[in-house]
Design a protein around this ligand. Structure first.
Ligand SMILES: [Zn+2]
Length: 1079
């Protein structure tokens, strides 16, 4: 029904009426006569003085506000420029409000095209400012809503960062930052602000949007005619009449069944991306302050902030602001979400890292805010592990939100609301905001699109609508909130209700019975180059994860064995590990670990990883010291960092110190280590190597043992044949593996039954020129450009295979190739006694431009699926391209291993630091290095060392123990020097053993609360129901089940016999469980 109070325009011509309205609120045209030109009704200049913080990136952190105030500020003015990139500039702003502005709103206006913030004279951060082309998001600060007069001369400060909201790229945001950018101050003034004009602008704006979006809908025309009549009224000087017309229009509500948008304010802040960590800390301050300020005027605003690390930065750098934020937390307006330390990469972190993201995130929120998040909030990451549902359930979470899957290149994901089931059968409620964005501006177009896009129409009544400037921070603005008020319940547009995430998810939970189910990973069909870019981030992450694991094992063992005697050690070590973990967790942020950040980020991230590893080593040695007595370890810092090869040591038994082999895994091991030893016979100590044994989770005195079968190396017709009694491999002069057979078996991985020849260890270079996102992507068409480097006719200079070591404990071949005129690769191929795989230790000097290097195994295994190691388990993916979904998964993420098997035979490839795989047809590839030029044009240039290994096997992947071999490959036996006084009475020692093979005891850690209790985390590793028994002589008094937050649940079954405690466990496929041990 038409509104009787509204006069339709006299012409039926949308083409004139619609633009007429736009012209009336346009900021670039007609401003001398339209509303926009009257918004800032009067202005006065301010007087300015300036002081630049010495130094560039992050230098601001060395100066307190009080110190800044003591500096010599020099006069400056509009028109001056400030820089270069990443520098910091302080401005003293002085002004006097004219008395004729009494009763009016007064604003401070500022424009530099960069980020900035407003401060009081006593150092309170009041609000962020952000201006620039395309970034006109917060160009003013409200000094007073109504000037009372008589204020006299007033002063505040502006801190300016010489970078834009999206960094400092030239032109395109994604180009590497220009280090010499300067920002010109184009406006600094106070202004009388016309609030009536502001209201009319917002009214006309929303009516115009309704008319524009609903062009085939009577309700669009009603909005059009209302707006047109408003313009006529304004021209007739009847502004209050115009205002009432709008109010009447927006009061016409929707029907009861209209879809509701659950509008939630947010500001996605990448913890580092096109800017370094130091700038993120300020983005947090600016964004949080702006939201607290906005809440004063808009009490309906609900704002959510993820990433406990960012809250911690707020507390550290802006303690006063943190207190103001906490008051809004208590009021239920400003809420932590997500529960994690940062919004991490969703593919690469280990299972234990995922758990720690939640553990440290939730503990921070509980301790600082008294809040526990009820959802996992990860809007922006590059794919989602199939174990996320189980890991969430382990943390007592059942609600998941993301939107990034809408970026998939090929297939549109069929649901926005669904029950997501992981590889262990755990389920969570997953929601994707159907508007496919977390940067909504509260426009009619976005609101309507959200509902039209919704894949689950009729199944749910609400959808998340995440509004506020994001990626670079910012959050909701006054304009957004004004539009949201007008769209709260306006006929023709979905209802827009500002709610908390809890309200959204509670509604969806009531409707979950209508949702479909999705099983397995949420694969993003884009950004799959992030499994490879910035190789050091991946290498150091893997290394830190294992070092922390080992340190926690030995610390908890010391604490459990020694009780109160170890309490000082426990307390100090917990602090050290807490800080180390937080560095690792920060670096797992979804632009740092994936390698999609600017170059300036990575030296700092590298330092954090190295500090975390050093801290873990310190805890390891302190714990060993406490457990076994003082020992010499001065050489170990460098030894432990040598992760890529053997430790070259001269060791012997006898004297005051005795060398031991230390095993931090749950099964007994026999491995070759590099060490000269005076014990044993000639064969055991040949060529500087020794074969040693170590018990589960313990040590044994280093003693050489004879291998069951020594390694042999022979050369026949240019082929090098390596054999260790477990496998036999033939290597050609180019370093390719042309035959690989498990001992006693007849099937060859690289030679077909008809005698035709395949080859493994082909080093292949591909062109890698993505469409847009250089560091992020490796596009499908790169597969059309392979060049095998190590084969005849490659056009590359190859130094053919030579023999370096010839057994009997280790045989080693070496070859090299010029990848190009600028890059080289040298590789050692090793076979060790008692080791069922061939090791490829590779050194590359990498100087390429947009190339990707892979190792390819062209194999003879008939497998329709390949298996890939992921967090706490593994998954299968098809090796064919039957469907567009299969085809789009040409580059996938896997962790320590991938396996291609027939039902009872196959092979695996293990690695120490790589994550990008392809298993397609008869090809298995592992991506080694990438050479993107944006956003970091130095990415991965230079020297790299990495290892992978090739393991043929009979039986299934589980029967062959591939997962165990991959643990060993990543965590070689450690040599540890202990006092002979200890080793003479205790030549070997084992903290715990696990009976049964179906479970991996991944974490043995001290409880986070410092109680001295110990938490064990295990996962079922075969994908089948398993029973295992844990045996230990640690003085256990009680055992409880617990969750990932380490909260005790029911008592677990255990029995004691003498000193030994046995814990019996039944595990369901790929389940994750935790136990809490009391002593
Ligand atoms: Zn992001």
């Amino acid at each position: 029904m038409a509104d009787p109070g509204v006069q339709a325009s006299i012409h039926k011509n949308l083409k004139t009426t619609l633009p007429r309205i736009d012209n009336y609120i346009n900021s670039t045209r007609f401003s001398s006569v339209n509303l926009k030109g009257r918004l800032y009704a009067d202005t006065r200049p301010v007087s300015l003085s300036h002081w630049a913080v010495p130094g560039g990136e992050g230098a601001w952190q060395s100066w307190t506000f009080e110190e800044v105030m003591q500096q010599n500020f020099l006069p400056t003015s509009v028109g001056e420029s400030f820089g270069p990139t990443w520098t910091t500039h302080w401005f003293k702003v002085e002004y006097e409000i004219p008395e004729e502005w009494v009763g009016h709103e007064v604003r401070f206006r500022w424009a530099t095209g960069s980020e900035a913030s407003v401060w009081t004279t006593d150092g309170k951060l009041l609000q962020g400012l952000s201006t620039g082309t395309g970034h006109q998001m917060r160009p003013d600060y409200v000094i007073t809503r109504s000037y009372e007069g008589g204020a006299g001369n007033q002063v505040f400060y502006v801190e300016m960062a010489a970078n834009r909201l999206f960094g400092a790229g030239d032109g395109d945001d994604l180009t590497p930052p220009n280090p010499n950018k300067y920002y010109t101050l184009t406006r600094a003034e106070i202004s009388k602000f016309d609030t009536q004009v502001y209201k009319l602008i917002r009214d006309l704006e929303v009516l115009h949007q309704l008319a524009d979006v609903l062009q085939n809908d009577p309700r669009g025309y009603q909005a059009l005619y209302t707006a047109n009549q408003m313009v006529n009224s304004i021209i007739a000087k009847d502004e209050s009449g115009a205002s009432q017309l709008a109010d009447r229009h927006f009061a016409k509500g929707n029907g009861a069944r209209a879809h509701t948008l659950s509008a939630i304010g947010n500001c996605h802040i990448d913890s580092a991306w096109l800017w370094p960590y130091s700038e993120t800390k300020r983005k947090v301050g600016r964004s949080y302050a702006s939201q607290v300020r906005l809440m004063e005027d808009y009490p309906e605003l609900v704002f959510v902030a993820s990433q406990a690390q960012q809250w911690a930065w707020c507390k550290q750098y802006y303690p006063d602001l943190f207190e103001r934020v906490k008051m809004q937390v208590q009021a239920g307006k400003f809420l932590p979400v997500g529960g994690t330390w940062v919004e991490m990469d969703g593919n690469i972190p280990s299972g234990e890292s995922f758990i720690r993201q939640f553990l440290h995130g939730q503990r921070f929120y509980q301790q600082e805010l008294g809040v526990t998040c009820k959802e996992f909030w990860l809007p922006d990451t590059f794919g989602y592990s199939a174990q996320i549902p189980a890991m969430m359930r382990h943390m007592d979470l059942s609600r998941f939100l993301t939107q990034k899957l809408s970026w998939s290149m090929v297939n549109k994901f069929p649901h926005h609301n669904f029950t997501w089931e992981g590889i262990d059968g755990s389920t969570v409620l997953a929601h994707f905001p159907p508007g496919d964005s977390y940067n909504m501006n509260t426009t009619v177009e976005e609101a309507v699109r959200t509902v039209s896009n919704l894949e689950d129409k009729g199944r749910v009544s609400t959808s998340a609508f995440l509004f506020g400037y994001g990626d670079g921070g910012g959050g909701p603005t006054q304009d957004m909130l004004e539009r949201a008020r007008r769209l709260k319940d306006t006929d023709g547009c979905p209802k827009m209700n500002i709610v908390t995430p809890d309200v959204l998810f509670s509604t969806l939970e009531n409707e979950q019975h209508n949702m479909c189910r999705w099983v397995g990973e949420l694969y993003l069909e884009l950004h799959n180059g992030t499994y490879t870019s910035q190789a050091d981030m991946k290498r150091l992450c893997r290394s830190a994860e294992f070092h922390l694991r080992d340190a926690e094992f030995l610390l908890s063992t010391a604490s459990a064995s020694l009780g109160v005697a170890a309490s000082a050690l426990l307390q100090a070590s917990l602090e050290s590990l807490d800080s180390a973990w937080k560095k690792v967790l920060l670096n797992q942020f979804h632009d740092v670990l994936p390698g999609s950040g600017i170059g300036i980020i990575y030296p700092e991230a590298t330092r954090y990883y190295e500090e975390a590893i050093a801290a873990a080593m310190g805890v390891w040695h302190d714990s060993a010291d406490a457990l076994f007595g003082a020992f010499e370890y001065k050489d170990f810092l460098s030894l432990w960092l040598s992760v890529s090869g053997f430790w070259s040591l001269e060791v012997w038994s006898g004297g005051e110190q005795t060398w031991t082999a230390f095993n931090t895994l749950q099964w007994a091991r026999e491995e070759v280590v590099a060490a000269q030893t005076r014990s044993g016979g000639e064969e055991e100590r040949s060529a500087g190597y020794v074969l040693v044994q170590a018990p589960p989770l313990g040590y044994a005195v280093l003693e050489g043992v004879s291998p069951t079968s020594p390694v042999s190396l022979t050369e026949t017709d240019g082929l090098f044949v390596l054999d260790n009694g477990l496998l036999r491999a033939e290597i050609n002069a180019y370093g390719q593996v042309v035959s690989l057979v498990t001992a006693g078996d007849y099937r060859d991985v690289f030679r077909k039954e008809d005698g035709s020849q395949l080859a493994g260890n082909q080093l292949v270079l591909f062109d890698d020129e993505p469409l847009v996102f250089d560091a992020w992507d490796v596009m499908d068409y790169h597969l059309e450009t392979p060049v095998v480097l190590n084969q005849e006719g490659s056009g590359r200079s190859v130094s053919p295979v030579t023999v370096v070591e010839a057994g009997p404990l280790l045989a080693r071949l070496r070859w090299s190739v010029d990848i190009s005129s600028d890059s080289t690769l040298t590789q050692d191929i090793e076979l060790r006694a008692s080791t069922p795989y061939l090791i490829f230790s590779t050194v590359v000097d990498w100087q390429e431009d947009r190339k990707i290097l892979k190792v390819l195994f062209d194999h003879n295994v008939m497998a329709r699926n390949a298996s890939f190691d992921i967090q706490f388990g593994h998954l299968e993916r098809p090796t064919h391209m039957n469907t567009s979904w299969d085809s789009a998964r040409y580059e996938v993420c896997g962790h320590k291993w991938a396996d291609v098997s027939e039902p009872n035979w196959g092979f695996a490839v293990l690695n120490d630091s790589k994550y990008g795989w392809m298993a397609r047809g008869n090809h298995l590839t592992l991506s080694l290095l990438k050479a993107p030029k944006s956003p970091d044009d130095t990415c991965d240039m230079g020297s790299h060392e990495f290892k992978y290994a090739l393991m043929p096997h009979v039986g299934t992947v589980n029967e062959a123990g591939v997962a165990r071999r991959a643990y060993e490959f990543n965590n070689p036996l450690r040599l540890l020097q202990l006092p002979t006084a200890t080793t003479s009475t205790q030549p070997s020692w084992s903290a715990m053993t696990v009976e049964g093979e179906g479970a991996v005891l991944h974490a043995i850690k001290p409880a986070e609360d410092g109680s001295g209790e110990v938490v064990l985390r295990l996962f079922e590793c075969h994908g089948s129901k398993s029973k295992v028994k844990l045996h230990t002589s640690l003085p256990i008094t009680d055992v409880h089940n617990c969750n990932g937050m380490e909260v005790k649940g029911s008592q677990a079954a255990f029995s004691k016999e003498g000193e030994e405690t046995t814990i019996s466990l039944s595990l369901s496929p790929f389940s994750i469980i935790a136990l809490r041990l009391s002593f």
